[in-house]
Ligand binder design. Structure first.
Ligand code: GLA
Length: 380
């Protein structure tokens, strides 16, 4: 009797991992559920991507918005590290681009105009005299076509949006595709591509607001940041680049050595005053143009959560939630006040169409736009 009980226990022990493995293999890496109805009566869905480590990323095809990223801290405790909303209605009303896919041209275009081959294009103005993040109805307010493109147990979601010739003033029918993949190395890998039937300008990014201690837990001033950049593109009072590339040496913009975001944010610095904090494009150090390189690393000392941003882009916008003022109530009804999140928006430089000395954002019908950005999570 004793023998057979022992035997049974042993068999169960041997058998358990097999069951766990086969459960993990059959568990769906991506779940889909209805998220709500858009203003024009269409259904928006929410896709939940999970990896084998328990990391979870939720994305809606409304605006290509990443609604949450749940990752463990150093003791394994999970938290959602993105600011945002619980409902689709929150995102429909959103004006600050929480988690959004931003296009056709992220960041600003000065005086809402640019020219290609001598033809002038006038865009929608939605930020003073300028165009911000694609105009009045940018890609963040579009309903994207979704497709499950998961591969080898790694969940992946492909979103496609066709932006019509003339939309918000931009020339050419542009087909934009964004693939979000959650890897088993706790990376959210985002691949952007686009094609056009007329010369146009393209600059796509993701506008996630991170708080590595967990959304709604306070400010991000103690988060220690490193940015692989030796220059910024300084701005004027409308936050439009002056065209200069300015060295970070000896300024509050030198993040080549890891420094807490809050350490110099209130320094007596003209650029910081113009941005009400950090709201600037950093020129990344690239040994290979278009190579996938580490752009930034953020470490939250209390939780130990670490975020690395890798990108093929030449620039990254550090925005420290300067315009959040407590008036937006997000997830769980929490009022988001100033500097309770930071954004690291990988990009070509703002207003590039009006600065021939900046890397070009022109896309012709013969070319294919393709960029990659990886948000990699770990702990220390
Ligand atoms: C960007 C801009 C900021 C601000 C936010 C959205 O990061 O650079 O100035 O407009 O988006 O609120």
């Amino acid at each position: 009797m004793k023998f057979s009980i022992r035997c049974l226990a042993l068999l169960t022990l041997l058998w358990l991992p097999t069951v766990q493995r086969s459960l993990a293999e059959t568990a769906k890496p991506m779940e889909k559920k209805a998220f709500g109805t858009t203003p024009d009566g269409k259904t928006a869905d929410l896709y939940i991507l999970k990896n084998k480590n328990g990391m979870e990323v939720s994305i809606t095809n409304y605006g290509g918005i990443v609604t949450s990223i749940k990752v463990p801290d150093r003791s394994g405790k999970m938290a959602d590290v993105l600011l945002g909303h619980d409902t689709l209605e929150g995102y429909i009303a959103d004006k600050v681009y929480f988690g959004a896919t931003v296009g056709r041209y992220c960041n600003r275009i000065g005086h809402a105009e640019f020219s290609i081959d001598g033809t002038k294009y006038t865009l929608a103005k939605n930020n003073g005299d300028n165009t911000l993040h694609g105009g009045i109805k940018g890609f963040n307010k579009a309903l994207w076509e979704a497709k499950d493109v998961s591969k080898g147990g790694e969940p992946a979601l492909e979103l496609t949006y066709v932006s019509k010739d003339g939309e918000e003033g931009f020339p050419g029918n542009l087909t934009a595709t964004v693939v979000y993949m959650l890897t088993s190395r706790n990376e959210l890998k985002i691949d952007y591509s686009a094609t056009t039937d007329k010369k146009t300008v393209v600059n796509l990014t993701n506008h996630s607001y991170f708080n590595l201690a967990g959304q709604g837990t306070g400010d991000i001033l103690k988060t220690v940041l490193r940015i692989e950049a030796d220059k910024i593109t300084p701005v004027d009072s409308g936050l439009i680049p002056t065209g200069e590339l300015k060295s970070v040496q000896g300024t509050p913009f030198d993040f080549r050595k890891p420094t807490a975001i809050g350490e110099r944010i209130n320094a007596d610095d003209e650029q910081l005053k113009l941005g009400k904090g950090y709201d600037h494009n950093f020129v990344l150090i690239k040994n290979r143009p278009n190579g996938l390189t580490l752009a930034a690393r953020a470490e939250e000392p209390a939780s130990g959560r670490v975020l690395e941003v890798w990108t093929t882009e030449p620039g990254i916008q550090l925005y420290t939630g300067n315009f959040l003022d407590g008036s937006i109530h997000g997830k769980g009804g929490i009022a988001y006040s100033q500097r309770t999140a930071f954004c690291l928006e990988t990009q070509h430089f703002p207003d590039s169409p009006n600065h021939p000395n900046f890397p070009s954002t022109l896309l012709t019908p013969r070319q294919r736009y393709h960029t990659t950005t990886i948000y990699k999570f770990s702990t220390k």
